[in-house]
Design a protein around this ligand. Structure first.
Ligand code: AFD
Ligand code: MN
Length: 389
């Protein structure tokens, strides 16, 4: 495909993919966290690496923070540092899954002291958001149980509702509470926010500035994720994605790498449901842990994968599709749907990037730049960032 319709390119130019600060630190699995030369030793160096992704792709203008992993004394200064590098600070991710006090839960815990500590952590995250200018407070809870009988499943929901209500009441008028679900892990028998329905029930009870985060790696195998996307968009409660891909569990691999067709189907529902309209408030964020691959190139690949599948979704001939659907012409509808998926948009995207002063092939341009060799030389000493495990 030589070029894309102007309307597609106009929409693509508004698509912003938020990068997770933790993707640039050392990461791995519960078995081993792999260090690598040049890994950031501070949130400032993470932001510098994230700014490289944006500089080469033009599509990653914000960086999500993780508290306490990215704690600093002066968040206003951190915000200015990021903006000087051409990116802004985005979602603030809380962390109530690593402190000893949360061994048996945080916001849902039967221990009022653990709940208090967890709520106070979120109130601190909100204070940070005022300094960083962040809109979203993202809450993912590891809370759950490993054995039947361990927890009172119903009381955990009551505790969660009470805790979330206090946090929600502390939000500023432009801020949102984004509740993320995950069907298992680290808890193995029950997770207190396991699915979109539970997350939806809680955010619906809280109010209009409470929404759901859909992490694409947080579903049972075979789940029809795009149907959840369509439903949450219809309900006005899809706040954000945590994009990644998986083969078996929450593998946090490069989005689109395991199943580009699934990413296309998800983006078709995002387009159909108005999720690309900036007014929709839907945030497209990556949540990945680059295990054995280089981190900055891994993020560049991820951004390009989202951009490519979004372009294909925007090419879908919706009027032909609707006509075939209304006629119950199964094969014609599927053929229209697949026709857009089979479009190789890469040459047209390369030409589009060059027309905007960006490298046609961001990955090739970045690798030729020598940044990775420079940070490997310069970043000696200190303590390499990880995910605190
Ligand atoms: C882990 C969790 C969840 C969360 C992320 C950042 O599984 O996806 O969004 O950490 O806290 O990946
Ligand atoms: Mn996530």
């Amino acid at each position: 495909m030589a070029d894309l319709p102007a309307a597609v390119l106009d929409t693509l130019s508004t698509v912003a993919i938020e990068l997770p600060s933790w993707a640039f630190g050392n990461s791995g699995t519960r078995f081993r966290v792999w260090p690598s030369a040049g890994t950031p030793r501070s949130v400032h160096e993470k932001i510098a690496d994230a700014a490289q992704v944006h500089a080469y792709t033009g599509a990653a203008p914000s960086v999500a923070l993780h508290i306490p992993w990215d704690e600093v004394d002066d968040y206003a200064a951190l915000r200015a540092f990021a903006e000087d590098l051409g990116v802004r600070l985005g979602t603030v991710n809380s962390n109530t899954f690593q402190d000893e006090a949360y061994k048996f839960g945080s916001l849902t815990s039967s221990d009022p002291g653990a709940r208090r500590k967890a709520v106070d952590h979120h109130l601190e995250c909100i204070r940070i958001m005022h300094a960083t200018g962040s809109r979203d407070l993202k809450i993912w809870l590891a809370d759950g149980a490993n054995y039947p009988g361990q927890n009172d499943l119903r009381r955990r929901q009551d505790n969660l509702a009470t805790s979330l209500a206090e946090i929600y009441a502390a939000l500023g008028p432009q801020q949102r509470l984004v509740l993320e679900y995950k069907f298992f892990e680290p808890a193995f028998y029950s997770t207190d926010v396991p699915d979109w329905g539970t997350a939806y029930a809680h955010v619906a009870a809280l109010g209009e500035r409470a929404v759901v985060c859909l992490d694409t790696g947080h579903h049972a195998p075979g789940t029809n994720i795009e149907q959840i996307v369509a439903t949450l968009l219809r309900l006005g409660k899809l706040g954000s994605f945590d994009f990644n891909s998986r083969f078996y569990a929450d593998d946090d691999l490069i989005v689109g790498a395991a199943d580009p067709y699934q990413l296309y189907r998800i983006m078709v529902e995002v387009v159909r449901g108005g999720g690309l309209d900036p007014a929709s408030g839907v945030a497209l964020m990556l949540d990945q842990c680059h295990n054995v691959e280089a981190k900055i190139p891994g993020q560049i690949r991820s951004v390009l994968n989202v951009q490519e599948m979004t372009a294909r979704a925007l090419l879908l001939d919706r009027s032909a599709l609707e006509a075939a659907q209304d006629a119950n012409d199964v094969l014609a509808a599927n053929e229209v749907f697949m026709d857009a998926f089979y479009s190789d948009v890469r040459p047209a995207l390369a030409a589009w990037r060059e027309s905007r002063g960006l490298p046609g092939d961001p990955m090739k341009a970045f690798l030729a730049d020598g940044y990775l060799a420079r940070i490997a030389d310069e970043r000696v000493g200190g303590t390499q960032a990880g995910w605190g495990a």
